[in-house]
Design a protein around this ligand. Structure first.
Ligand code: ADA
Length: 561
């Protein structure tokens, strides 16, 4: 099996994915008060997997206990890592609670103390209920289904002593190939700890001038045999750091991004970002995508002629980001959010949580050269005065974590947004031509697209916001796969083709538009309640592929535009 990055010593690393024992508890009391120790787990569920994606539990809201065992050498501590789960969870090892989780789609790591038991019991108590009293990061009315379960990989790494836990490689200068490296250990390092390192397949050597502080080691180095990363030549480097016998390998790319007025450049070449928004979603497995599905999505994106993908609306699966690095697809990654309003902005627990998730996303994805833009809180109520302090705080948090990449957020209220000045890139979700002013309007929906986009761009210029790049971060039309209509009405593939043709033409011809992320890559499951009155089949049907990735006619239009 190929381990994803970062890679640890393979002989000390186990992937715990597989079939776990599960008990679905339903709408029990709050999980904070539940002790899962004596609960019998008689059902089986796949990990990764979402329990409410299983037909028997479809659309059920409740808690579930997931249980498995792992072999760990007696006397040795271990690190347990979940790459993404939701919505809320508590975790237990050998019956002892080891943490609470409330940031869906984030990774979650913990160190398990050593024990003499060779077989350790691991339990995740998961909750997919949308508690009113628990400020989750999204509102239940959001337009994608919020599943419960373990969405991504689960890993166990045995720790022979203090080991490297995370490494960030920051490119200081592509020309001089100089990088600044920060490595964090799992625990405080002795003063005389000596770190070795090596690029790619080179032998490891002692790091000369390193600064130590507690768990942190910083040093600079020149990449041997440097190759620049770009979307057309996505050359990647590896950096291995070693403490004692332990190894930690991360992958990175030598590339720089730069903002120069309305221009966004990569390696000093101006970018025109052509792409789509993509949910991590499968009709049968929800957010728990199989390797085969992720691997197939990337060439489909490339076949659309995309060089860009907006990972909507949460931190992305590291497997997907790894493939984007390898294939040269540029990514706008954002932390989870949606329909955020006054009650959230004024709730300190909510704001702490968004900030924690946003910081975690930046730390986790820092070394992916494909990620070129950070975002947060899709479509919040940014006309709300209480949003200002939150937006200032989130922008500051991202810049503290990473001063090298531009920061943005997708707004759907551009004319009333009070925070646009904080963004390095203005990103607007617009929907002319779809949620069109049809009632009583003499204008055909398609004919309103150009004037509305022009009015938006003119407004940004009037507000002096044309001094930075502009991304049309969502625009699209719903189409039911296979439905052709000579009248080219809404919901037909023909209407989606017409709308996307207009949008692609505008994007191609208007130099004020730096980026386009068409809404969306493929149809995805949303709620099966009365929302389905505007979401036929209970899906958001604006995909240019249907949910099983069959191309609609619009895919050809994008590919040839
Ligand atoms: C918004 C939102 C998307 C989706 C879209 C739509 O722009 O950000 O998640 O809901 O609307 O299809 O209406």
């Amino acid at each position: 099996m190929t381990l994803p990055f970062p890679r640890y010593r393979p002989e000390l690393t186990q992937c715990l994915n597989g079939i776990w024992c599960v008990a679905y508890l339903g709408d029990v009391g709050k999980i904070d008060r539940l002790d899962p120790t004596d609960i019998r787990c008689n059902d089986a569920m796949a990990v990764a997997g979402a329990y409410d994606a299983a037909p028997a539990l479809a659309d059920r809201r409740g808690a579930a206990v997931y249980r498995t065992h792992a072999e760990v050498a007696p006397g040795r501590a271990a690190q347990l890592r979940f790459d993404g789960l939701g919505l809320g969870a508590r975790r237990f090892v050998d019956g002892e609670p080891v943490g609470t989780f409330d940031t869906p789609y984030s990774d979650w790591r913990v160190i398990i103390p050593a024990s003499e038991r060779p077989r350790r019991q691991i339990v995740a108590l998961i909750d997919n209920r949308l508690h009113a009293e628990r400020p989750i990061l999204v509102e239940p009315c959001l337009d994608f289904y919020l599943y419960g379960g373990i969405y991504r990989g689960v890993w166990l790494r045995e720790l022979p002593g203090p080991v490297i836990d995370a490494v960030q490689v920051r490119v200081l200068d592509c020309q001089t190939r100089r990088v600044a490296v920060t490595a964090w250990a799992t625990s405080t390092l002795p003063e005389d700890a000596s770190l070795r390192m090596g690029f790619d397949d080179r032998p490891l050597s002692e790091v000369g001038h390193a600064e130590h502080a507690d768990r942190e080691i910083r040093f600079e180095a020149d990449v041997s045999d440097p190759r620049q990363w770009s979307p057309t030549e996505p050359e990647l480097h590896h950096l291995t750091t070693a403490l004692g016998d332990d190894r930690f390998t991360t992958r990175f790319g030598l590339r720089t991004t730069r903002l120069d007025g309305p221009r966004l450049s990569l390696n000093d070449e101006p970018l025109k970002l052509k792409g789509v928004c993509r949910h991590e979603s499968h009709p049968q497995f929800g957010p728990a995508l199989l390797d085969a599905e992720i691997v197939q999505d990337v060439p489909l994106l490339k076949r659309l002629g995309c060089n860009f993908v907006r990972g909507s609306h949460y931190p992305q699966d590291p497997r997907f980001l790894g493939l984007c690095d390898e294939q040269g697809l540029l990514v706008f990654e954002e932390s989870l959010g949606g329909q955020t309003r006054k009650k959230h902005f004024e709730n300190p627990r909510f704001v702490d949580r968004v900030e924690a998730q946003t910081r975690r996303m930046v730390r986790k994805s820092f070394n992916h050269p494909a990620v070129i833009i950070w975002g947060f809180l899709n479509e919040a109520n940014t006309d709300e005065p209480s949003s200002r302090a939150v937006y200032e705080r989130l922008v500051r948090a991202i810049r503290e974590e990473d001063p090298t990449r531009p920061v943005t957020f997708a707004t759907h209220k551009p004319f009333a947004d009070i925070n646009l000045d904080l963004a390095d890139i203005v990103s607007v979700n617009a929907c002319p031509g779809w949620y069109a002013e049809v009632n009583g309007s003499p204008v055909r929906p398609l004919d309103e697209i150009m004037p509305k986009l022009d009015a938006l761009l003119q407004y940004l210029a009037n507000e002096s916001l044309d001094d930075r790049p502009f991304i049309l971060s969502e625009i699209g039309a719903g189409a039911i796969y296979g439905w052709r209509d000579p009248l080219r009405s809404h919901w037909s593939e023909d209407y989606q083709v017409d709308l996307i043709e207009v949008v692609c033409r505008k994007f191609r011809d208007d130099p004020r538009i730096t980026g386009l992320a068409i809404w969306q890559f493929c149809d995805d499951q949303t709620y099966a309640n009365s929302r389905a009155l505007t979401r036929p089949r209970g899906f958001n049907n604006k995909g240019v592929f249907a949910e099983y990735r069959r191309p609609k006619r619009a895919a050809e239009v994008i590919a040839h535009s």
